[in-house]
Design a protein around this ligand. Structure first.
Ligand code: G3P
Length: 218
């Protein structure tokens, strides 16, 4: 299972990278705005800075809603670095853009996936990744993990190579449940990755080991 970090914060990306378990980065316009990154040139420079930190795919989202605009933006984005994956929203124009980029050998991540039908369409159009939003479905009393499982079954049935990138991951149980059903990738905040390593018995066990060592070596 690949771990991507879902942020545009360079410090957090660096920290996740140093942990040694980071396989890539996902961003979106909201995450860019949260870091105060505005204006096309600054945004492009920021993507480059992210690419310089990580070994792995970096999803960069288009903000055009028409096909020509998505193509223009996507082609500019992939010029930044080989690690860039063009993130395209699940719309009619988006599906056409997925097909276009797939024909050109440009990797894509189809975002804002909330149903199996959308995921099927994205795979047929040749998306490299699909991003179903687990947390946002849970927010509206719909089982986000069940959607991940359903998409994986559909892709397995037909041998689609599109990878299921579980997005909108909010807590450790989301990660564990995604791993149980076999999601290819999860993307979440640094806090969730760090929370995975915590257990009170680890802390108390280590405290005792160190205290016993200190007694024997004092
Ligand atoms: O990758 C999608 C993600 O950024 C959405 O997460 O927590 O805003 O639902 P959230």
């Amino acid at each position: 299972m690949k771990f991507f970090i879902d942020t545009a914060n360079l410090k957090e990306i660096q920290e996740a990278y140093e942990l040694g378990v980071l396989d890539g980065v996902t961003t979106n316009p909201s995450l860019m705005a949260k870091e105060g990154i505005t204006g096309k040139d600054n945004i492009m420079r920021h993507y480059k800075a992210i690419c310089d930190i990580v070994d792995g795919d970096v999803s960069a989202e288009v903000v055009s809603v028409d096909l020509a605009g998505m193509i223009r933006e996507g082609e500019e984005l992939v010029e930044i670095d080989d690690k860039i994956v063009v993130k395209i929203p699940m719309t009619k124009e988006g599906v056409k853009a997925l097909k276009y980029f797939s024909g050109k050998g440009i990797r894509t991540n189809c975002t804002l996936i909330f149903s199996a039908g959308q995921a099927l369409l994205a795979a047929k159009a040749g998306a490299t990744y699909v991003s179903p939003f687990v947390g946002r479905l849970d927010d509206i009393s719909t089982d986000g993990i069940a959607l991940i499982e359903q998409i994986l079954t559909i892709y397995r049935n037909y041998g689609f190579e599109t990878q299921v990138l579980a997005a909108s991951i909010r807590h450790t149980m989301h990660v564990i449940q995604c791993a149980e059903v076999g999601a290819d990738v999860m993307t979440g905040p640094l806090s969730v990755m760090e929370a995975l390593l915590k257990h009170p018995l680890t802390d108390s066990g280590l405290e005792k080991f160190l205290a016993d060592y200190a007694k024997g070596n004092s």
